[in-house]
Design a binder for this molecule. Structure first.
Ligand code: C2E
Ligand code: MG
Ligand code: MG
Ligand code: MG
Length: 281
């Protein structure tokens, strides 16, 4: 492409910026229509109890069935949705879909145990920062005929720190509705665990960048073990993300982590496939 435009380097940057802006505009326009065209879908990834191997929950992961580009993962489009506030509508769609799915699984008796399979939903900063977010959640639950106990919300460290004024209140309201609140990708941000103890939280999810370096990497071992042990000491549930090997599972179990999620258990699947997977176990 650069060759077709000649050798001058200044020509390389200008069109490339314009192209990026144009691609963003196209994506934005397509995103706006994708909701009404029903092109979004939730995939579900199992989370299991580390001691028993029993299913404890499922993380809902957003996918876009793009008419030309095929199945897209969030990294391909979320950033545009966030920039253009489309994320609010999209985020509410995710919540509604998760609540409806939780209700359906409950009605189908999908899980053997007394506790329902909790569905974990990833939140965007834009949603969490919005005034009255807990009211939105309450409304979504009511509309779907779902209980707060059936859902979990995943926030990042950054979201909590950036909204430190309102975060405690919002978190308390969400927990009063019965929802579980967890911190996603823990260890990648700048939060100290001490800082998090001031917030009403239930769970930490240890980022897969640490887990994936287990068991061999001594540094990753030290960090992961410290996080797990402190979190457990603080009464938080610990989920390890991106677990791929039995050796990783064993190490994490030994340190006291309670749940795992990752390739070893199952990758994210469409709802029907997830349901079949659960029944086949
Ligand atoms: P996340 O919440 O940390 O989700 C975990 C990501 O790791 C998922 O990528 C999942 O497919 C992937 N993963 C799970 N197990 C393994 C494993 O064993 N090995 C490897 N290499 N990867 C694994 P995905 O689905 O592409 O999602 C990426 C991120 O997009 C998520 O990271 C989350 O931050 C965001 N996201 C996903 N769905 C939503 C949504 O509905 N709303 C918002 N706001 N963000 C979302
Ligand atoms: Mg997550
Ligand atoms: Mg994560
Ligand atoms: Mg992530």
């Amino acid at each position: 492409r650069a060759k077709a435009r000649g050798r001058a380097t200044y020509q390389f940057f200008e069109p490339s910026l314009a192209e990026t802006a144009y691609a963003d505009l196209v994506l934005e326009a397509e995103l706006a229509q994708a909701l009404t065209r029903n092109e979004f879908e939730l995939f579900f990834q199992p989370q299991v109890d580390i001691a028993t191997g029993q299913l404890s929950g499922a993380e809902a992961l957003l996918r876009w069935r793009h008419p030309r580009r095929g199945l897209l993962a969030p990294d391909a489009f979320i950033f545009v949705a966030e920039r253009h506030r489309l994320m609010l509508a999209l985020g509410e769609w995710v919540l509604r879909e998760a609540a409806a799915t939780a209700r359906r699984w409950r009605e189908q008796g999908l899980t053997p145990g007394p506790a329902p399979v909790r569905i974990a939903v990833n939140l965007s900063r834009m949603q969490f920062n919005l005034d009255g977010f807990a009211d939105t959640v309450a409304r979504v639950l009511g509309d779907a005929g779902a209980r707060g106990q059936w859902l979990e919300l995943e926030l990042t460290e950054r979201m909590l720190i950036d909204d430190i004024q309102h975060a405690p209140t919002t978190l308390a309201q969400l927990r009063a509705l019965g929802l579980t609140v967890s911190v996603d990708d823990f260890g990648t941000g700048y939060t100290s665990l001490a800082h998090l103890t001031e917030l009403p939280l239930d769970k930490l999810k240890i980022d897969q960048s640490f887990v994936s370096r287990l068991p061999d990497d001594v540094g990753a071992q030290a960090i992961t073990r410290a996080i797990v042990q402190m979190a457990v000491g603080l009464g938080l549930t610990v989920t390890a993300e991106g677990v791929r090997t039995a050796a990783q599972w064993q190490l994490l179990a030994g340190w006291g982590a309670q749940q795992i999620q990752g390739e070893l258990v199952g990758l994210p699947m469409p709802a029907a496939e997830f349901e079949a997977w659960v029944r086949a176990r």
